[in-house]
Ligand binder design. Structure first.
Ligand code: S3P
Length: 182
Protein backbone atom coordinates (compact mmCIF):
# COMPACT_ATOMS: atom_id res chain seq x y z
CA UNK A 1 0.00 0.00 0.00
CA UNK A 2 1.38 3.42 -1.00
CA UNK A 3 1.60 5.61 2.11
CA UNK A 4 2.95 8.75 0.48
CA UNK A 5 0.72 11.71 1.37
CA UNK A 6 -1.44 12.83 -1.53
CA UNK A 7 -1.71 16.38 -0.21
CA UNK A 8 -1.84 19.09 -2.87
CA UNK A 9 -1.12 22.71 -1.89
CA UNK A 10 -2.24 25.52 -4.18
CA UNK A 11 -0.27 28.78 -4.12
CA UNK A 12 -0.57 31.92 -6.20
CA UNK A 13 -1.51 35.57 -6.23
CA UNK A 14 -4.95 36.95 -5.38
CA UNK A 15 -7.36 36.20 -8.20
CA UNK A 16 -5.57 33.02 -9.26
CA UNK A 17 -8.67 30.94 -8.53
CA UNK A 18 -7.13 28.89 -5.70
CA UNK A 19 -10.43 28.45 -3.82
CA UNK A 20 -12.55 27.46 -6.82
CA UNK A 21 -9.92 25.22 -8.40
CA UNK A 22 -9.10 23.72 -5.00
CA UNK A 23 -12.69 22.72 -4.37
CA UNK A 24 -13.09 21.03 -7.77
CA UNK A 25 -9.67 19.42 -7.57
CA UNK A 26 -10.43 17.93 -4.13
CA UNK A 27 -13.63 16.44 -5.47
CA UNK A 28 -11.79 14.93 -8.45
CA UNK A 29 -9.09 13.44 -6.25
CA UNK A 30 -11.47 12.29 -3.49
CA UNK A 31 -9.64 14.43 -0.91
CA UNK A 32 -10.84 16.91 1.74
CA UNK A 33 -10.51 20.60 0.99
CA UNK A 34 -9.28 23.30 3.35
CA UNK A 35 -8.35 26.98 3.00
CA UNK A 36 -5.70 28.60 5.18
CA UNK A 37 -7.81 31.79 5.32
CA UNK A 38 -10.74 29.78 6.72
CA UNK A 39 -8.47 28.16 9.32
CA UNK A 40 -7.31 31.63 10.41
CA UNK A 41 -10.84 33.07 10.48
CA UNK A 42 -12.08 30.10 12.52
CA UNK A 43 -9.22 30.38 15.04
CA UNK A 44 -9.80 34.11 15.48
CA UNK A 45 -13.59 34.02 15.25
CA UNK A 46 -13.45 36.88 12.74
CA UNK A 47 -13.35 37.26 8.95
CA UNK A 48 -10.00 38.16 7.32
CA UNK A 49 -10.87 41.81 6.50
CA UNK A 50 -11.82 42.35 10.14
CA UNK A 51 -8.53 40.84 11.36
CA UNK A 52 -6.63 43.24 9.07
CA UNK A 53 -8.76 46.21 10.13
CA UNK A 54 -8.55 45.56 13.88
CA UNK A 55 -5.06 44.13 14.32
CA UNK A 56 -3.15 44.98 11.13
CA UNK A 57 -1.28 42.99 8.52
CA UNK A 58 1.56 41.97 10.86
CA UNK A 59 -0.87 40.12 13.14
CA UNK A 60 -2.43 38.38 10.14
CA UNK A 61 1.01 37.23 8.95
CA UNK A 62 1.69 35.86 12.42
CA UNK A 63 -1.53 33.86 12.23
CA UNK A 64 -0.47 32.54 8.82
CA UNK A 65 2.77 31.30 10.39
CA UNK A 66 0.79 29.51 13.12
CA UNK A 67 -1.47 27.89 10.54
CA UNK A 68 1.57 26.69 8.58
CA UNK A 69 2.49 24.58 11.63
CA UNK A 70 -1.06 23.13 11.73
CA UNK A 71 -0.87 21.98 8.11
CA UNK A 72 1.18 18.98 9.26
CA UNK A 73 -2.20 17.50 10.32
CA UNK A 74 -3.81 18.04 6.92
CA UNK A 75 -2.46 14.99 5.15
CA UNK A 76 -4.39 13.91 2.08
CA UNK A 77 -6.08 17.28 1.69
CA UNK A 78 -6.18 19.86 -1.04
CA UNK A 79 -5.03 23.07 0.68
CA UNK A 80 -5.75 26.49 -0.80
CA UNK A 81 -3.41 29.15 0.62
CA UNK A 82 -3.83 32.93 0.82
CA UNK A 83 -1.81 34.93 -1.72
CA UNK A 84 0.84 35.96 0.82
CA UNK A 85 0.96 32.66 2.71
CA UNK A 86 4.07 31.17 1.07
CA UNK A 87 5.85 34.54 0.80
CA UNK A 88 8.14 34.50 3.79
CA UNK A 89 11.54 32.89 4.20
CA UNK A 90 11.27 29.16 4.73
CA UNK A 91 7.53 28.83 4.03
CA UNK A 92 7.86 27.31 0.57
CA UNK A 93 10.44 24.82 1.82
CA UNK A 94 8.00 23.74 4.56
CA UNK A 95 5.07 23.49 2.14
CA UNK A 96 7.15 21.36 -0.24
CA UNK A 97 7.67 18.79 2.53
CA UNK A 98 3.90 18.55 3.16
CA UNK A 99 2.75 17.68 -0.33
CA UNK A 100 2.87 18.64 -3.98
CA UNK A 101 2.89 22.42 -4.28
CA UNK A 102 1.12 23.79 -7.36
CA UNK A 103 1.45 27.43 -8.47
CA UNK A 104 -1.62 28.73 -10.28
CA UNK A 105 0.06 31.42 -12.35
CA UNK A 106 -1.49 33.96 -14.70
CA UNK A 107 -0.71 37.30 -16.30
CA UNK A 108 -0.87 40.19 -13.83
CA UNK A 109 -3.67 41.97 -15.71
CA UNK A 110 -5.91 38.89 -15.53
CA UNK A 111 -5.19 38.36 -11.83
CA UNK A 112 -5.78 42.01 -10.98
CA UNK A 113 -9.04 42.11 -12.89
CA UNK A 114 -10.32 38.93 -11.20
CA UNK A 115 -9.11 39.97 -7.73
CA UNK A 116 -10.66 43.45 -7.94
CA UNK A 117 -14.01 42.08 -9.09
CA UNK A 118 -14.67 40.51 -5.69
CA UNK A 119 -14.40 42.83 -2.68
CA UNK A 120 -13.04 41.97 0.76
CA UNK A 121 -9.35 41.90 -0.19
CA UNK A 122 -7.47 44.07 2.33
CA UNK A 123 -4.21 43.92 0.33
CA UNK A 124 -5.90 45.79 -2.54
CA UNK A 125 -7.28 48.54 -0.35
CA UNK A 126 -5.40 51.84 -0.64
CA UNK A 127 -2.97 50.40 -3.22
CA UNK A 128 -2.81 51.55 -6.81
CA UNK A 129 -2.24 49.18 -9.73
CA UNK A 130 1.52 49.80 -9.74
CA UNK A 131 1.84 48.91 -6.07
CA UNK A 132 -0.13 45.71 -6.54
CA UNK A 133 2.01 44.85 -9.58
CA UNK A 134 5.16 45.38 -7.49
CA UNK A 135 3.77 43.03 -4.83
CA UNK A 136 3.06 40.44 -7.53
CA UNK A 137 6.59 40.74 -8.95
CA UNK A 138 8.15 40.39 -5.50
CA UNK A 139 6.08 37.30 -4.71
CA UNK A 140 6.96 35.43 -7.89
CA UNK A 141 10.30 34.40 -6.37
CA UNK A 142 8.33 32.41 -3.78
CA UNK A 143 5.60 30.99 -6.00
CA UNK A 144 8.15 29.78 -8.52
CA UNK A 145 9.57 27.35 -5.95
CA UNK A 146 6.43 25.20 -6.38
CA UNK A 147 6.78 21.67 -7.75
CA UNK A 148 4.41 22.48 -10.59
CA UNK A 149 3.35 25.69 -12.32
CA UNK A 150 0.09 25.83 -14.25
CA UNK A 151 -0.44 28.87 -16.48
CA UNK A 152 -4.16 29.62 -16.16
CA UNK A 153 -4.64 32.93 -17.98
CA UNK A 154 -6.61 31.45 -20.87
CA UNK A 155 -8.02 28.35 -19.17
CA UNK A 156 -11.38 27.64 -17.55
CA UNK A 157 -11.74 25.82 -14.23
CA UNK A 158 -12.23 22.36 -15.77
CA UNK A 159 -9.18 22.73 -17.98
CA UNK A 160 -7.00 23.82 -15.06
CA UNK A 161 -8.21 20.92 -12.90
CA UNK A 162 -7.60 18.44 -15.75
CA UNK A 163 -4.10 19.78 -16.27
CA UNK A 164 -3.24 19.53 -12.56
CA UNK A 165 -4.57 15.97 -12.37
CA UNK A 166 -2.54 15.00 -15.43
CA UNK A 167 0.65 16.55 -14.04
CA UNK A 168 0.12 14.89 -10.65
CA UNK A 169 -0.28 11.48 -12.34
CA UNK A 170 2.91 12.03 -14.32
CA UNK A 171 4.79 12.91 -11.14
CA UNK A 172 3.37 9.84 -9.34
CA UNK A 173 4.41 7.58 -12.20
CA UNK A 174 7.92 9.02 -12.25
CA UNK A 175 8.24 8.67 -8.46
CA UNK A 176 6.86 5.11 -8.30
CA UNK A 177 9.47 2.52 -7.42
CA UNK A 178 10.27 0.32 -10.39
CA UNK A 179 9.34 -3.22 -9.37
CA UNK A 180 10.00 -6.51 -11.12
CA UNK A 181 7.95 -6.98 -14.28
CA UNK A 182 5.21 -9.62 -13.94
C1 S3P B 1 -3.72 38.03 0.85
C2 S3P B 1 -4.56 37.26 0.07
C3 S3P B 1 -5.88 36.79 0.56
C4 S3P B 1 -5.89 36.72 2.08
C5 S3P B 1 -5.45 38.01 2.69
C6 S3P B 1 -4.03 38.41 2.25
C7 S3P B 1 -2.43 38.46 0.27
O1 S3P B 1 -6.18 35.52 0.01
O2 S3P B 1 -5.06 35.68 2.55
O3 S3P B 1 -6.38 38.99 2.34
O4 S3P B 1 -1.55 38.91 1.03
O5 S3P B 1 -2.25 38.32 -0.96
P1 S3P B 1 -6.51 35.28 -1.57
O6 S3P B 1 -5.20 35.06 -2.25
O7 S3P B 1 -7.36 34.07 -1.56
O8 S3P B 1 -7.22 36.49 -2.06
Amino acid sequence: MDKRPRTVILVGFMGAGKSTIGRFLARRLGLCFVETDDMIAAREGAPIPEIFARFGEARFRGLEAEVLDLLEDKRDHVVSTGGGFPCRPGAMERLRTLGTVVWLSARFEALYERASRVGGRPMLMGRGTDDVRALFEARKAYYSQAHLAIETTHLGVDAVVNRIVRELRTRERLAAPVGPRR
